[in-house]
Design a protein around this ligand. Structure first.
Ligand SMILES: [Zn+2]
Length: 227
């Protein structure tokens, strides 16, 4: 049985959904990825053959199937197969605990699940610090782990909110993503200046006008800083 069939059987037995944006690390075991890359290489060879590309004689296409398989598993879809990045939480419950807002800007590279075209942008992640804090780089690691799958931007915004909430325990949180989509730029409408914004707001970010304004003011300040 191919490794792909084995993994599918494990997923179906455990009743785990395996859509493009889902993480399936729960059923991955040591060494699986290498074998899956071998299976995917064979499958990509079939795709190149179907596209009538002479992958045997064209020197530029000779290793392409393997390069594609490795790129999907290790890079652009790594967030499906790798477990969540470890984010050690530090207590924030002493008398001088930090009670303010924290806004982190995270660069994102993702891929749309409809066309497998690149999505590039930034996520602004804001929380009101709760009883624990995680290292600043962890926000970006978590966001990138969510992004490196086949996603829709709306879905990605929800995923990042859910995972940041799980890692920090923050009840009040906002995620704002601004991204360009290869599927609008390279095909279809071919609009190179298209930009999509999505926002997920929870707790005070949603219900309190002052908190919401502070979040978007912080985003503006960060955007001015980066220019
Ligand atoms: Zn698309």
């Amino acid at each position: 049985m191919s490794k792909v069939k084995q993994l599918k059987a494990r997923l179906q037995d455990a009743n785990i959904r395996y859509w493009a944006g889902d993480n399936i690390s729960e059923v991955m075991q040591a060494g699986d990825k290498e074998e899956l890359i071998n299976d995917a290489t064979t499958a990509f060879e079939g795709v190149l053959d179907a596209l009538l590309i002479d992958r045997h004689n064209d020197p530029n296409s000779q290793g392409t199937a393997r390069r594609l398989a490795k790129m999907y598993y290790n890079e652009i879809m790594a967030g499906r197969y790798d477990p969540a990045p470890s984010a050690t939480a530090f207590p924030n419950d002493s008398d001088d605990r930090y009670e303010g807002m924290l806004v982190v800007r995270s660069e994102l590279k993702s891929m749309c699940s409809h066309h497998h075209q690149p999505v590039a942008g930034v996520a602004y992640i804001g929380i009101i610090a709760a009883d624990k804090l995680i290292g600043l780089s962890k926000y970006t690691r978590i966001a990138q782990w969510c992004a490196r799958r086949g996603t829709l931007q709306e879905e990605l915004c929800n995923d990042i909110a859910r995972e940041i909430q799980a890692a920090t325990g923050a009840e009040h949180l906002g995620v704002y993503i601004q991204a360009t989509h290869g599927c609008c730029e390279n095909r279809g409408i071919m609009a190179t200046s298209s930009l999509t914004q999505t926002t997920v707001l929870r707790g005070a970010f949603k219900d309190d006008a002052g908190t919401k304004k502070e979040f978007f003011d912080n985003i503006k300040l960060q955007q001015e800083f980066s220019c």
